[in-house]
Write a protein that binds this ligand. Structure first.
Ligand SMILES: C[S@@+](CC[C@H](N)C(=O)[O-])C[C@H]1O[C@@H](n2cnc3c(N)ncnc32)[C@H](O)[C@@H]1O
Length: 222
């Protein structure tokens, strides 16, 4: 078990929340490459909160180990942290397909993934996810929505028929630092609140909104 200080640094929560430190301390460690990637992000990238933190990364990895997906679709690669977490639970011969529009962060993601045993099992696509998703022929066992917030509902609708029966859709940031509770909401907040409402009223699925980090919406397509 490593020191909590190496695991910690969750930019979305106040670190005086000692139960979060406790949860970090009593959670299995990540790989050296994942830790290095987080530290690289915190040292060199302005958008530190975009990367899934340590505990969320371990949760995504655990979901993947529970589901044993053959194909994961990730919408929003950033530095490849969550893609590497999902890769840890892939079924034999499985792969993570990850989409992003930003070249600079994608270069960093590829360089870190290249150093891992998952280098041939993570497929990068650079471009607008709204345009890429309809071109993908695969059926997905698990979809992770973690890109531009105004498109969350679009992403859900675009992937829905491509998710296998019994598959899952997980969406990050659905609490938007609590702003979904505000009466006066900006565009991103409205989009996320609308997404949450759409999922809840979709009678084709069951869902749970986990109040973990910035909120994870977990949807099962029966
Ligand atoms: C929150 S970050 C992803 C973080 C990553 N999933 C993780 O947990 O480490 C969101 C990413 O979505 C990407 N993005 C935003 N709009 C996009 C679009 N229309 N198509 C593809 N990617 C997009 C951004 O470039 C950014 O890298």
């Amino acid at each position: 078990m490593r020191a909590a200080s190496l695991k910690g640094t969750n930019y979305l929560v106040r670190m005086e929340n000692s139960w979060i430190e406790y949860a970090e301390k009593f959670t299995s460690d990540e790989s050296d490459v994942l830790r290095e990637l987080r530290e690289h992000c915190y040292a060199h990238f302005a958008d530190k909160s975009m990367l899934s933190g340590f505990v969320q990364g371990r949760i995504l990895s655990m979901f993947s180990r529970m589901i044993r997906p053959k194909i994961v679709l990730e919408i929003g690669t950033y530095l490849g942290y969550s893609a590497l977490c999902f890769a840890e639970g892939l079924a034999d011969g499985g792969k993570v397909i990850t989409l992003d529009i930003q070249e600079d962060s994608n270069r960093v993601a590829r360089s870190f993934v290249e150093r891992t045993v998952y280098k041939d099992r993570i497929e990068f696509h650079l471009g607008n996810a709204v345009e890429i998703i309809p071109t993908l022929p695969e059926t997905f066992d698990l979809v992770f929505i973690d890109a531009d917030k105004p498109n969350y509902s679009n992403y859900y609708n675009l992937v829905f028929d491509k998710v296998r029966p019994g598959g899952f859709i997980i969406a990050d940031n659905v609490l938007w630092s609590g702003r979904v509770l505000d009466a006066d909401q900006d565009g991103n907040t409205k989009a996320l609140h609308e997404f949450n409402r759409m999922v809840l009223t979709d009678d084709r699925v069951s869902n749970v909104l986990l109040p973990i980090r910035d909120g994870l919406m977990v949807v099962c397509k029966p």
